[in-house]
Write a protein that binds this ligand. Structure first.
Ligand SMILES: C[S@@+](CC[C@H](N)C(=O)[O-])C[C@H]1O[C@@H](n2cnc3c(N)ncnc32)[C@H](O)[C@@H]1O
Length: 200
């Protein structure tokens, strides 16, 4: 019973695929929208910057990033979610402001120091190897670039301050962490982090 519920949740939200993935995408696009947009506000990408959005799911934050940055790149392992991003961001893709790529936090496929900003919302709990993921996000950020990460506080894979310690161990500096309560009843308390790849 527990296992089959886990499988349903994984198909809907963790590694969205098929009909459940489409339903999960619609639920996330509604329930996580405020947090996705808030994280773009926290990162404040400017019009000359490139933003890498890890695990964009249905693409609400990807769209918000593409609307204000020079370029937003969405990297997600789910073909279903990449399709939702393609629909949601069709005009921005056409305008060359959003690109999509199959990949993961651990393997983004992006070049060294190619991003000014990296965003991750509600996927750190799904990474198969957090140390590899943080090393990869550090690699793709330019020196002085910033990482902003958010996750449902109740589903954090470890206590918030221990996750902050992992970011520091990966080389990130100027670390800040806090919790944020999305407006309305649909959202849940978010644990959030902001850190820099140190300038050289
Ligand atoms: C719970 S959804 C969150 C989607 C969206 N960011 C939101 O908050 O609505 C998790 C997303 O992370 C993706 N994902 C799963 N494993 C991942 C990994 N190792 N690296 C990056 N993204 C991953 C899933 O495909 C899915 O799109």
């Amino acid at each position: 019973m527990g296992n089959s519920l886990d499988q349903v949740l994984d198909r809907a939200f963790g590694h969205p695929r098929g009909l459940l993935g489409r339903l999960g995408g619609a639920v996330m696009a509604h329930g996580n929208a405020a947090t996705e947009r808030h994280i773009v506000e926290v990162a404040k990408p400017d019009t000359a910057e490139t933003v890498l959005v890890v695990g964009p799911g249905p693409g609400v934050g990807l769209r918000a990033a593409g609307e204000r940055a020079a370029l937003a790149i969405g990297v997600d392992p789910s073909a279903e979610m990449l399709e939702r991003c393609r629909e949601r961001c069709a005009d921005l893709i056409e305008a060359g402001k959003v690109r999509l790529r199959a990949g993961s936090a651990e393997e983004t496929g992006e070049a060294d120091a190619s991003a000014d900003v990296v965003l991750s919302v509600n996927n750190v709990q799904l990474w198969t190897d957090r140390a590899a993921g943080f090393a990869e996000l550090y690699r793709v950020l330019r020196p002085g670039g910033r990482l902003v990460l958010s996750a449902h506080d109740r589903w954090l894979p470890l206590p918030r301050h221990e996750l902050a310690d992992e970011l520091t161990a990966a080389g990130f500096t100027d670390l800040q962490t806090w919790v944020w309560e999305p407006p309305g009843v649909a959202g849940s308390l978010a644990a959030q982090f902001r850190a820099l790849r140190p300038a050289e």
